[in-house]
Design a protein around this ligand. Structure first.
Ligand code: AKB
Length: 319
């Protein structure tokens, strides 16, 4: 077991739950302190230490870091694209202030590593939409995307100025069966599996041919840990790495589900999230991640659909 003491901020969120469980396997249960502003997620109960922590409370976070001898922080707390548009000022405050505070803490307490997720939301309508390169035109139009891009620049700044080992990935839409998504534009790709099993039908809030980059949570968690475990000299981007696995539309994911549930029906009622999706890439070029630290995805749409339906059937207890 490695002698690191990890703090996860936002451990009850979609990524947080699975990342906490995976890091507890790697570092030992007691060496991974989970925290969230909400009460402990059911799947984390009994698996290791948990504290209630507001990601904006700098004093409480600093005390916790000192008291528990924390050496690494994973800052996952954020308002995502759809929720962020409902209260842009709040999204900016939460997303930026929590990051700046963790970066400062990293310097003051000489933390060994910090992880902070970015997103495909950094890109905007002026970005090339197919095979979007690592470095390209970046003009995000959502407050979430603006905060992620500004955050990437802050990560790079702290690395260059203070030598802080901050690492980051630009996640595509993430699909998971264990933990629920929280307020994103890509959430339809999780809801659709739940509704297919529970009601045999789903109304998509994105139109049928809206292609977006997506990834199964197993790949995202493995990729995150591989990035964090890679030797520092292999991490050439100190902003955030493009990361990619698959790209599909609501029509295509519905067809993949119909191979398992032939009577499944989908219809479409696009809402405000359509405009957000229309400004994002349709596919991502992640060759830098593949080259620098050997990233490889394992799940495509077919494999993910089979796995999602098998696990969800069990957890939702549907026949
Ligand atoms: C969202 O839809 O806001 C997120 C993301 C792509 O970062 N899932």
């Amino acid at each position: 077991m490695k002698k690191e003491k990890v703090l996860i901020v936002g451990a009850g969120g979609q990524i947080g739950v699975e990342l906490t469980l995976a890091l507890r396997k790697l570092y030992g249960n007691d060496n991974v302190v989970a925290s969230d502003i909400r009460e402990e997620h059911a799947l984390l109960k009994g698996t290791g230490p948990f504290v209630i922590l507001n990601a904006m409370d700098a004093t409480a976070m600093h005390e916790l870091v000192k008291k528990d001898g924390i050496t690494q922080i994973y800052l996952l707390a954020a308002l995502l694209s759809a929720t962020g548009e409902k209260d842009p000022k709040k999204a900016w405050d939460i997303n930026m202030n929590s990051l700046l505070q963790v970066l400062e803490l990293g310097v003051q307490e000489k933390l060994t590593k910090i992880y902070w997720p970015s997103s495909i939301a950094v890109f905007g309508p002026t970005t090339p939409r197919q095979e979007t390169p690592q470095k390209t035109i970046v003009e995000p139009r959502t407050v979430y995307g603006i905060s992620k891009y500004a955050g990437e620049l802050w990560c790079q700044y702290y690395n260059q100025r203070w030598g802080l080992d901050v690492r980051s990935l630009r996640y595509p839409g993430l699909i998971s069966w264990k933990s629920e998504p929280g307020g994103g534009t890509t959430d339809y790709a999780v809801e659709i599996y739940h509704e297919a099993l529970k009601h045999g039908k789903y109304t998509s809030f994105l139109s049928e041919n809206t292609y977006l980059p997506m990834m199964y949570m197993d790949d995202a968690i493995r990729g995150t840990i591989e990035l964090m475990e890679a030797p520092a000299e292999q991490i050439k981007s100190r902003m955030s790495y493009n990361l990619s696995a698959m790209s599909f539309s609501p029509k295509e994911i519905a067809a993949a589900i119909q191979k398992h549930i032939p009577d499944f029906k989908i219809d479409y009622a696009p809402d405000f999230r359509q405009q957000i999706a229309d400004g994002w890439p349709q596919s991502i070029d992640d060759s830098a991640a593949r080259k620098d630290w050997d990233w490889k995805h394992q799940f495509d749409l077919e494999k993910m659909t089979a796995d999602m339906l098998t696990h969800l059937k069990e957890s939702l207890q549907v026949a």
